[in-house]
Design a protein around this ligand. Structure first.
Ligand code: MTE
Ligand code: MOS
Length: 750
């Protein structure tokens, strides 16, 4: 099953926001932003800029007709800075002109007077000052205090993990067009059309029904367009309504890098206690999340750090505290894994340090502590259909780990400068939005009288193949050819109150809604077929490969004739359906519940070669056994796995965001921010499908795949550490990621 969208991508036929044919008179907007990370705005003078030929309007905070508020979870963020600025890149004015170049030129003539204050960049400094987004959150299980004296070994330390730029190929942007009745139609590059609609309505002081949001597809989102696509859409909509002309706003790459939030950097303290058999008895951890200047999605991301702080291990006594710290950086936001990777990295670091103390391979401790069926997570849910040990054992035997290790030992004994290293990385990731009410979706299916089908859902296609999966669901329920089906754009007038396509649950939630809608139509079609064929029992009717069967025997009726007959019989060929997964809940106050529909498991073995003189490394192989459930599209699932792993490895190794002490992003271009390319891709990449067909909350038992494999990337960090250790066995390295070549050399020789 080829993903049709990819064919269009390769041919260059796919359309993105900036490809929309704009109507005559379309204007272009450019956003002027703060060059200062913290300060009070004394004045903003737009007079000279407004005089420029071709400039049609300039809007600042005081021009906002509704509320100057865009915070999704906490109302703490202005669309346009009114009296203070909190980060470099914070929008101050929207300049609208006949061309982009003119708008940018005019923005340089705006004089902004800001009285500078000292910025805070470090989350621990923010914590000391009491600058928190909300009060700290705690998850606990058992009794940590009572058990330290039962531990044979206790390790303590700190762990740093860096941020990460989403680097979606299509930058943030929107196109807005005024429509009759004072409303506006917005085409946006967003993972969450409803958030765009709500935000625009609030900013413009309009009812939601006056705002229509339409999304064809995104050139990547990776979480960066879950919340942070809304402001650009709201700005374009405001300019469009003010000037009564269509307005397009597309962020230039460098502005996008500077203005938008990223994965949260974390600084964490851990303390782990183990008994003499190597079982983890106690785990205490405190996370300091660098949230940036406002809440954005930080509280939810912080929660997922806690949910995944013990990864795929059973720990009987856990105390995990998480603090969201307010700093003068752009508000950090969702990024594949949603805080999970930051949590998992710390427990892997603690295990690594415990193993180092014992002089053993970390995988002995990892293996001893893998989750078993029925084990309880710190948030109260139990591990069900647990694949932790199955995937671990399967990876070891399928890829012959003892042999790989022996080869590495032999290589390292003979090689002085280049050292090889290996690490195992088990993962366990919960599927569902942990904010329970967000787990809902809807779909609208039309069968047209010629037998073709259109399906629209709340899902956003952003390269992950959700449209193809939904199309497969429709094809499967009707048992018709896939090319009869078309995915319509995601549009707020067809599916309202949708959740973001996020939390890896896009296909599960929207696929199930589409399945329900198709079933509604199918039932009507069966009745229509029975009538047409003068048969008694419509329950005995089935469609198989576009042929109508009765009692398992083909009839003369085919799909096309059935559809036209149903139409003539005045049977509705359309259905709208709603889906919400049953049985999930979470009590935030008690921090207990069953937040996840199911968990996804797997194990990766990652092997690297490190040049200990130059500091550079190669990823030699990535070998994975992953629990896909019963995959409905192996090509998509494999590519999601590969892409996520590479993104995870990038986060752990070469992708480094650097801010100076004034809060200025220094890595604001692709010359300074490095991402993995094809040459850095593993020389060998094997993905084995572990069959686990039992999860009925996954669409057609095909488990969510968008985020879980990201966390395999953590294995690359420890594989590099493993290689470094064989170069300098006497050294104990600090755990600071990303492990750039620079850091690697500093660690070896400092
Ligand atoms: N794959 C591609 N190609 N582009 C993306 O932007 N986003 C990831 C993942 N895979 C992304 C991607 C993220 S962060 C999530 S949450 C899921 O896709 C969302 O889609 P799904 O719910 O359909 O898996
Ligand atoms: Mo993904 S970070 O949930 O958009």
């Amino acid at each position: 099953m080829k993903n049709y969208d990819l064919v269009r991508h390769v041919k260059g036929e796919s359309k993105f926001v900036d490809d929309i044919l704009t109507p005559e008179g379309c204007l272009h907007a450019y956003v002027l932003y703060s060059q200062i990370a913290h300060g009070d705005i004394k004045s903003v003078n737009i007079d000279d800029a407004l005089q420029m030929e071709g400039v049609e309007g300039i809007f600042t905070a005081k021009d906002i007709p509704g509320e100057n508020q865009i915070g999704g979870i906490i109302q703490d963020e202005e669309l346009l800075a009114s009296c203070k600025v909190d980060f470099i890149g914070q929008p101050i004015a929207i300049v609208v002109a006949k061309t982009v170049a003119l708008a940018k030129e005019a923005s340089k003539k705006i004089i902004v007077d800001i009285e500078e204050l000292t910025p805070v960049i470090d989350p621990r400094v923010a914590f000391e000052k009491g600058e928190l987004i909300m009060s700290p959150r705690v998850f606990s299980l058992g009794d940590v205090e009572a058990n330290w004296n039962k531990c044979a070994l206790i390790v303590e330390g700190t762990v740093e993990s860096g941020g990460q730029e989403h680097l979606y190929l299509e930058t943030q942007g929107a196109f807005a067009c005024p429509v009759e009745g004072g409303g506006v139609k917005i085409v946006s590059s967003t993972q969450s059309p409803t958030t765009v609609q709500k935000t625009a309505a609030k900013v413009l002081g309009l009812k939601m029904h006056l705002i229509e949001v339409d999304v064809l597809r995104l050139g990547g989102g990776f979480g960066g367009k879950e919340d942070q696509a809304s402001q650009w859409a709201a700005m374009a909509a405001m300019a469009a309504l003010k000037l009564n002309k269509p307005v397009k706003l597309i962020l230039p790459r460098q502005d996008d890098l500077r203005m938008t939030g990223k994965r949260h950097p974390y600084s964490s303290d851990y303390k782990m206690g183990l008994n003499k058999e190597g079982k983890i008895v106690n785990y205490e951890v405190t996370f300091y999340q660098n949230a940036g200047a406002s809440a954005d999605l930080s509280p939810a991301i912080l929660d997922r750090t806690l949910f995944h702080c013990t990864n795929s291990y059973f720990v009987p006594n856990v105390k995990a505290t998480a603090c969201s710290c307010k700093t003068n950086l752009p508000p950090n936001t969702a990024f594949r894994g949603f805080g999970g990777p930051q949590g998992m990295f710390v427990i892997e670091a603690a295990i690594y340090k415990a193993a180092e103390k014992l002089g053993i391979d970390p995988c002995f401790i990892q293996e001893k502590n893998l989750l078993a069926e029925g084990d309880e997570f710190s948030y109260g849910q139990k591990a069900e259909q647990c694949m932790a040990t199955a995937s671990w054992e399967s990876a070891i035997s399928k890829f012959n780990l003892p042999h790989l290790k022996k080869e590495i030992d032999e290589f390292n004994a003979a090689s002085k400068i280049v050292k090889k290293g290996i690490a195992l990385m088990p993962i366990c990731f919960g599927i569902s939005f942990t904010t329970t009410f967000l787990n809902q979706a809807s779909a609208l299916v039309h069968v047209y009288s010629d037998g073709s089908v259109g399906v629209s859902t709340g899902a956003i296609e952003m390269g992950q193949g959700v449209n193809m999966k939904i199309r497969q669901v429709v094809a499967s329920v009707f048992s018709i050819k896939i090319d009869r089906i078309k995915n319509e754009t995601t549009n707020t007038t067809r599916n309202a109150n949708t959740s973001a396509t996020a939390a890896s649950s896009g296909a599960d939630l929207n696929g199930k809604a589409a399945q329900l809608a198709c079933n509604n139509i199918l039932n009507r079609l069966k009745d229509a077929a029975a009538k047409y064929l003068s048969l008694e029992n419509s329950d005995l009717i089935e469609i198989k490969d576009e042929v109508i069967y009765y009692e398992n025997k083909p009839t003369r009726l085919l799909w096309n004739e059935l559809i036209s007959s149903a139409y003539m019989q005045r049977v509705s060929l359309s259905s709208h359906a709603y889906y919400a997964p049953p049985g999930i809940y979470f009590d935030k106050d008690k921090a207990k519940g069953k937040p996840f529909a199911y968990h996804v498991y797997g194990t990766a073995i990652i092997q690297v070669a490190v040049d200990c003189l130059k500091g550079v490394y190669e990823i030699e192989s990535v070998k994975i056994v992953h629990d896909f459930g019963k995959s409905i599209n192996k090509a998509i699932d494999r590519s999601q796995t590969e892409g996520a792993v590479m993104q995870g490895i990038g986060w752990m190794t070469m992708e480094e965001l650097k801010y100076n002490e004034n809060g200025r992003l220094l890595t604001d271009a692709l010359s300074t921010y490095k991402v993995p390319d094809i040459y850095f891709a593993p020389k060998e990449f094997e993905v084995e499908f572990l069959d686990n067909p039992n999860d009925s909350l996954a669409v057609f038992n095909s488990k969510a795949i968008g985020e879980p494999p990201f966390m395999y990337g953590i294995g690359a960090y420890f594989a590099i550490m493993n290689a470094m250790k064989s170069y300098k066995p006497e050294k104990n390295f600090e755990i600071i990621s990303p492990m750039t070549p620079e850091r690697l050399l500093l660690s070896l020789y400092n």
